[in-house]
Write a protein that binds this ligand. Structure first.
Ligand code: F0G
Length: 461
């Protein structure tokens, strides 16, 4: 069998309400054709994100009942701390309620105006947290990451020449940190190789620059290393994770991904002075050092989730389920980013809808069509999310890639759900000429995709 069956069976079910196409057409019109403004109860399959949407195991739910809600020194904190130290190897472990708070605490402690943070590609919240401090978020990913057809096995790698150039150009004193996002979400969920991590680490050490991971999807990245990189086939994913983190000085983590929980995150690092400074800030904005904005039961669920996520039967299924969806789309002629990443399949909307120019939001047109016709929610990562007017030229500028992301929640949907998604997209692909573009009727000043309102363009192309 090419793809493994689900390595779990279903003990509790959450019914899905089967809305009609007419109902959905009415709801999306009311929502200004913005899928963030839809009631989730109207959705049949929700592929908006893989973040905070995991199904917890019976073991995690059992752990929730063992929550110790003491203000300080909860036993769940110690379990959480031991687990993070065991896998990630960093000395200080600081809980936060989600990933972006870890980023905020880190960057507000170490960044000053004019500093530069190189990363393969910054995720939106990471970039926003860097830029908020008037620092530069510099993406140094390999060029192949921008080519949807390049089959490089580690398309999330840092381009070492770009990194060296940044160090030469800005000087190491302006670079308080180098980061690597594993897997590289904004570049299609592509992994970073151990070889690349070792080389980035060597460069960082040469210039005495701290090296941190954005570790949200670390287990998926480690599984790709096991599958694709020479010398790792016989190592366990946990051994691979330990080696990987041994090359860094710390990490930020959104446990809403590979922590297999619905809320939670942390910051971990070896530097005691930095950890103390961050802890002082944590107490101001999140909570005491041993809960950081979470309940004791949440910390227990994360500790258990971090152990479960290293299970290789689970990871094989996880990565292969995403690949299975990707292959079904390829079989139907649908253009996607290749190779398929760990947590999501990305459709190349420019090639799916070549008759719609980026000024009319082809990615969003596909997102809306998929919701209306099949009740599937996805997200546009293209002209709507990143398009903007250049203040100097007054011209609209659009990103190179126009994508629709199908992010797969962990342990939530079955292969038959994936089949439904592929068949629905296949049917839409057959009728793609009928799909029309959109125009914006309301937009805020920043992060417009969350609250934007649109109208369909009436002309037939
Ligand atoms: N870093 C990466 C690589 C992410 O993908 C995310 C979240 C974060 C940091 C922030 O974590 O949401 O817990 O504050 N990504 C989600 C997504 C939102 O849909 O890709 P958070």
């Amino acid at each position: 069998m090419k793809f493994p069956a689900e390595p779990f069976r279903i003990k509790v079910v959450e019914p899905i309400a089967m809305t009609s196409e007419n109902e959905r057409r009415r709801l999306i019109e009311q929502a200004g054709y913005n899928i963030f403004l839809l009631p989730a109860a109207s959705i049949i399959i929700d592929l908006l994100t893989d973040s905070g949407t995991s199904a917890m195991s019976d073991n995690q739910w059992a752990g929730m009942m063992l929550g110790d809600e003491s203000y300080a020194g909860s036993k769940n904190y110690y379990h959480f701390e031991d687990t993070v130290r065991d896998i990630f190897g960093f000395k200080n472990v600081i809980p936060t309620h989600q990933g972006r708070v870890a980023e905020n605490l880190l960057f507000s402690t170490i960044l000053k105006e004019g500093d530069v943070v190189p990363n393969n590609i910054h995720f939106d919240t990471t970039r926003a947290n860097v830029e908020y401090h008037k620092a530069i978020a510099l993406d140094c990913v390999v060029d192949e990451a921008m080519d949807p057809d390049s089959m490089l096995p580690f398309k999330g790698n840092m381009d070492l020449r770009k990194l060296q150039k940044a160090i030469d150009e800005y000087g190491p004193e302006r670079i308080p940190m180098i980061m690597l996002t594993i897997t590289n979400n904004s570049g299609g969920g592509q992994p970073v190789s151990m070889e690349n991590i070792r080389a980035v680490s060597a460069l960082a050490r040469k210039y005495h620059i701290p090296f941190f991971f954005d570790a949200c999807r670390f287990a998926e990245n480690c599984y790709f290393i096991k599958e694709r990189e020479e010398g790792y086939r016989d190592k366990s994913v946990k051994e691979i994770a330990r080696e990987l983190f041994s090359y860094g000085d710390g990490c930020t983590m959104s446990a809403k991904k590979d922590g297999l929980v619905n809320i939670g995150g942390f910051l971990a690092m070896n530097d005691d002075t930095l950890a103390q400074e961050i802890t002082n800030m944590l107490i101001l904005i999140e909570g005491f050092r041993t809960y950081g904005g979470l309940a004791g039961r949440d910390l227990e669920a994360i500790a258990r989730g971090l152990k479960e996520v290293l299970d290789e039967d689970y990871l094989r299924f996880r990565v292969k389920q995403t690949q299975y969806l990707g292959e079904m789309l390829i079989d139907r002629g649908i253009p996607i980013i290749k190779p398929v990443g760990g947590h999501a399949v990305y459709i190349d909307a420019k090639h799916f809808l070549p008759h719609i120019p980026q000024s009319e939001f082809p990615g969003q047109a596909l997102v809306v069509e998929l919701y209306q016709r099949a009740g599937i929610r996805t997200v546009e990562i293209g002209s709507l999310m990143f398009g903007h007017k250049n203040p100097e030229t007054e011209q609209d500028e659009f990103p190179e890639l126009e994508l629709v992301r199908l992010a797969i929640p962990r342990r939530v949907y079955t292969s038959m759900h994936m089949q439904y998604v592929a068949d629905s997209l296949g049917a839409i692909y057959q009728d793609r000429q009928k799909i029309k573009g959109y125009k914006i009727v309301y937009q805020p000043k920043f992060l417009r995709h969350f609250t934007v309102r649109l109208e369909p363009l009436s002309r037939n192309i």
